[in-house]
Design a protein around this ligand. Structure first.
Ligand SMILES: [Zn+2]
Ligand SMILES: [Zn+2]
Length: 362
């Protein structure tokens, strides 16, 4: 534990008094499920004999969603939603291995536990994993957000005994603006600079398709142009019934003709030679990290759009209260502040470190 976390926990203890949170290691053992624990390969559910989002090849994996740090190829068997299975096949081909799909909210017995996949609202097919074992229900949130997303089913609250929450944006400084506001800024720039191409960096899985749908909802019905690397996953979304409207692929010589158009590309392509052939481009990027000035500068982004597929601070804290689990484990990001918040609200809370995840998928 870092010194900051220690300090934060000590302060919280002083405020809440003894016995109301995990003051000692023994107490911690009492409320934390021993049957679900972090290992070098990932979060291991012993009575179910499976790992959740394992970082190494395992016999049985349960995958929350298709982002590369969660859905890795090479497991002997994988369980995921049908949409996540389609994403994995599109990305990995045969290397995805056998992927068994499970619909949302369909209970399935695995070993001695019952598993259910529940919408997480993060990207197409994303799921929380609800696990029941001997009268105890643990929900592993995976990545999630609470605001509506036209490309995926919304987050569902599942009452449980222990809620394991992500905390990618787990600091009070992270407050994402409404996505409609950010999309309007893009359209406004397009009206102001009709002779400039608007080149928008967006992650290939999730952000790209959500941005397209947000533009459609804002009334933008022109062709939206895609860097070749974004086409494959847009096809997966289209096959899943997400109607993206007119889409074109940018090919070599045509770039000069794209003045006044919107072109989406992977964030890495913004700094590429590829980006330079466009007519006087406005460089934009859609990411939760665009709320941080330093990251905007690093990327050389002229028009930062704060559009995140992760819960911001208000969504994280509201979710703890909505779920109302007496035990909260915080993982995958900035744990200390959320642990502190949870403890101050009377929950038993602790950080849970599971290695191998990046915060860049937003
Ligand atoms: Zn993700
Ligand atoms: Zn993630």
């Amino acid at each position: 534990m870092t010194r900051l976390a220690e300090l934060v926990l000590r302060r919280a203890r002083e405020r809440t008094g003894p016995g109301t949170m995990d003051a000692t290691a023994t107490d911690r053992q009492r409320w934390q499920p021993r049957w679900l624990r972090p290992t070098v390969a990932g979060l291991w559910c012993e009575p179910g004999r499976f790992y959740i989002d394992p970082t190494r090849p395992v016999d049985r994996a349960v995958i929350t969603h298709g982002h590369a740090d969660h859905a890795r190829p090479g497991h002997r068997s994988t369980l995921a939603t049908a949409e996540t299975a389609a994403i994995m096949r599109a990305r990995y081909g045969d290397d995805a291995g056998p992927v068994e799909s499970l619909g949302y909210n369909v209970p399935l017995s695995l070993g001695d536990v019952v598993v259910r996949l529940v919408p997480a609202g993060h990207i197409l097919g994303s799921a929380q994993v609800a696990i029941e074992y001997r009268g105890c229900r643990v929900v592993v949130s995976g990545d999630y957000k609470r605001r509506p997303d036209p490309t995926c089913a919304g987050f569902e609250v599942v009452p449980c005994d222990v809620f394991i929450t992500e905390a990618t944006f787990g600091l009070p400084v992270f407050r994402h603006p409404p996505d409609s506001h950010e999309v309007e800024r893009l359209l406004q720039s397009l009206r102001l600079f009709p002779e400039r191409c608007h080149l928008v960096g967006a992650y290939a899985l999730g952000k790209c398709q959500r941005l397209i749908m947000l533009l459609r909802r804002a009334g933008y019905d022109r062709t939206i142009w895609l860097h070749g690397a974004l086409v494959n996953l847009c096809n997966v979304y289209a096959r899943a019934g997400v109607q993206l409207g007119p889409i074109g692929t940018v090919s070599g010589g045509a770039r000069r003709a794209l003045a006044g158009e919107i072109v989406l590309c992977p964030p890495s392509a913004l700094a590429d030679r590829w980006a330079r052939a466009f007519p006087d481009p406005v460089t934009a990027m859609a990411s939760g990290w665009m709320g941080i000035r330093q990251r905007v500068r690093q990327r050389g982004v002229e028009l930062p759009l704060v559009i995140s597929d992760h819960a911001d601070w208000d969504e994280l804290t509201a979710t703890l209260d909505d779920v109302g689990a007496p035990g909260v484990l915080v993982t995958h990001g900035r744990e200390e502040a959320l642990v502190h918040y949870a403890a101050s609200r009377g929950y038993r809370a602790s950080a849970l470190s599971v290695a191998g995840f990046e915060d860049e998928d937003d």
